[in-house]
Every structure is written in C-alpha cells, then in structure tokens.
Design a protein around this ligand. Structure first.
Ligand SMILES: [Zn+2]
Length: 341
C-alpha cells in the first residue's frame, strides 16, 4: 500500500529501517504490516454519529513481517500471513460490553476447535507510553472488570502492555501442554488520536472514539500449525481435509463409486476416490495411515442394494448401511463438531 498512510500511523520508520519500503513509478509503497490503518480509512470515509457506534470491521487480512531467514519455521513463523482481524470503534461506555462479547467469541471458537485449556494474561502500562493516565486507567479497568465478570482467572503482566494501550492475551495449550499465543484484545486510544478519528455526540460535539483491536485465532498459518500439532494430524471430522475415502473393490465399480462421491460432495462433504491398482487391504491400510475419518468400501453387493460398507478411523468396521443413512449420520457428526472418534 502507499507509504503516506504509514507515516501517519507512526510505524513508517520501523519499516523503512527494515527495507520494507519500495518505489514504483516514483511513488513510495510499503508491504502492509498490519490491517488497522485500512479499517481506520473506512471509519473516516464519512462523518460518524454516536448512534452508529459500536462499529465493527473485520477482514481476513494478509500482512508481512521481516522475520530473519534463520527463524522462519514451517507454518509457525512466516513472512507473510493472514490475520482474522477486527477493529471495533466504540463509545467509552460501550467498551466493557464489547470486550466481554469478544471474550465470549474467543472461548466459543476455542471450544469448537477442541482447545479446553487456555491461559489469560492482562498486560498493563509500560514505562514508556503515550496517552493520558485517565485513558490508561479506564481501559485497564474495563479489561480487568470484563475478565472478573466472566469469572475468568488471569495473570497480570505488569508493564507489558503496548505503548499505546493495555491488552488481554489468550494462550491455548495443545495436547502436549505447549502454549500458543492466539487471541489478543487490545485497547487503543493512540491511533484514533493520530488519525484524528471522531464521532458527533448527543450534544452535537465532536468526540474521539476508542478503538479495540482484536484477533481470535491470530495468524491463521500458525493456528493451523497448532491444530496439526494438537491433533497429531488426526483431525476431527468437521476439520479433516478429506472426510471420506471411497474404495471400489474392482474397476467395474469405479463409475458407481464416482456417483457416490458426487452425491456426498453435493452434501458439502470432502471426498476422495482411491482408484489405484492396489489390493483392497493395502487401500484400507493407506486410508488409516492417511488418517481419513471415514472409508467406504463398495463391492457388487453394496452397489446392487445401494448400501456402503463403512470403516471409521479409530473404531474399525461399522458394518453395512444404506447410503442415505450414512449421509445422514456423517452430516450430523459434522454439524456437532465432534472432537475425536
Ligand atoms: Zn489493529
């Protein structure tokens, strides 16, 4: 994006030092390091009234960081990544209810992905900071009271907040008890000031809104890395990249297997066909090794009676059932986001 916006944000010098600025046809650009200024521009695109607040903007935003080559690591530390990023512009009296609803959203999301063990940290004012003491106090109290009212236990990181505001960090623990930074809820009064954001209050006066930055998963790439580790590659059905693999026991049945695949895909399921020239036993073993949740074996008898022979990863052979019944069963399981078989 064009460099001008970053000069306003106060982050420009850092990115110039790290050589993330470049010129095209005499105009200066930077690789976008964060999504906030874009949402600020949308906020500023017209005059805002207090009646419009809270305003919540969300995007899956791609951002770039100049990580040194030596620290790059799989999906966990990358130079380009995608954040599930939102910015909430609100009135001071809305701050707490907004924070509380973000906390609920975080916990709903973590539970859906099967993370029950999370740690919460509240980071307070650092030695070097901008903004007034009253702003800091109001924001810190709002964050802390939100946690208390939700009956959540947390640790305080004294002086570990960003220079522009306090924050809540939520870290999840995977199956091996390793800690992963995911959600952050950050209070910010500096950017609204720098970018001169305002709304018109009940008396017709201009006031400055408060801005909340929040991510739930953080970097999608790193979150997927954490999920792979947490499940050791054996994803719950609703997350598995391939949910069903169909094996026809002879070539003549491939067309029928293809029909079953189409029907399952019409039901929004992710399906593979194994049409390799291998033995049935080898194909069933490979489906196990590939951690495919469901494996359907189709022989002549199944084709004639429109049934399927069902194998479930971790449970073995579930026997033969009508194809329609299988569709109903698997869709129910997907819908309930069942964790593991
Ligand atoms: Zn932000």
């Amino acid at each position: 994006m064009e460099a001008g916006l970053w000069k306003t944000s106060g982050h420009y010098d850092y990115y110039k030092e790290n050589m993330y600025t470049f010129k095209i046809e005499d105009r200066e650009f930077v690789l976008k390091p964060m999504n906030c200024p874009g949402h600020i521009l949308i906020y500023k695109s017209k005059i805002r009234s207090y009646r419009e607040l809270p305003l919540r903007f969300f995007e899956l935003g791609t951002v770039y960081r100049h990580e040194k080559a030596g620290v790059l690591h799989g999906l966990l530390r990358v130079r380009g990544f995608t954040q599930d990023d939102a910015h909430i512009f609100c009135l001071p009296e809305q701050l707490k209810s907004e924070i509380k609803s973000v906390i609920d959203f975080v916990f709903d999301t973590m539970r859906a992905f099967g993370f029950d063990d999370v740690g919460i940290e509240l980071s307070t004012r650092p030695a070097k900071y901008i903004g007034s003491d009253e702003d800091w106090q109001m924001a810190t109290i709002a964050l802390e009271e939100s946690l208390k009212e939700k009956n959540l236990t947390y640790e305080i990181n004294e002086g570990e907040g960003a220079f522009y505001g306090p924050k809540i960090d939520i870290k999840l623990k995977d199956a091996l008890k390793r800690s992963w930074q995911c959600a952050t809820i950050q209070c910010d009064f500096a950017l609204p000031k720098r970018f001169n954001l305002s709304y018109i209050d009940e008396q017709g006066k201009e006031q400055q809104p408060i801005m909340l930055h929040r991510v739930l998963l953080g970097s999608l790439e790193r979150f997927i890395g954490a999920l792979v580790e947490h499940y050791n590659g054996e994803f719950p059905l609703w997350l598995a990249p391939a949910q069903v693999r169909i094996i026809a026991i002879k070539d003549e049945l491939n067309a029928y297997a293809q029909q079953l695949k189409n029907t399952l895909e019409d039901n929004s399921l992710r399906v593979e066909l194994d049409m390799r020239n291998e033995t049935l036993n080898k194909k069933i073993r490979d489906a196990e090794v590939d951690k495919i949740p469901y494996c359907l074996v189709v022989g002549e008898r199944e084709a004639d009676s429109h049934t399927v022979s069902v194998r479930r990863k971790g449970k073995g052979n579930l026997g033969t059932m009508p194809f329609e019944e299988f569709i109903k069963k698997i869709k129910e399981e997907v819908g309930q986001k069942v964790k593991v078989p």
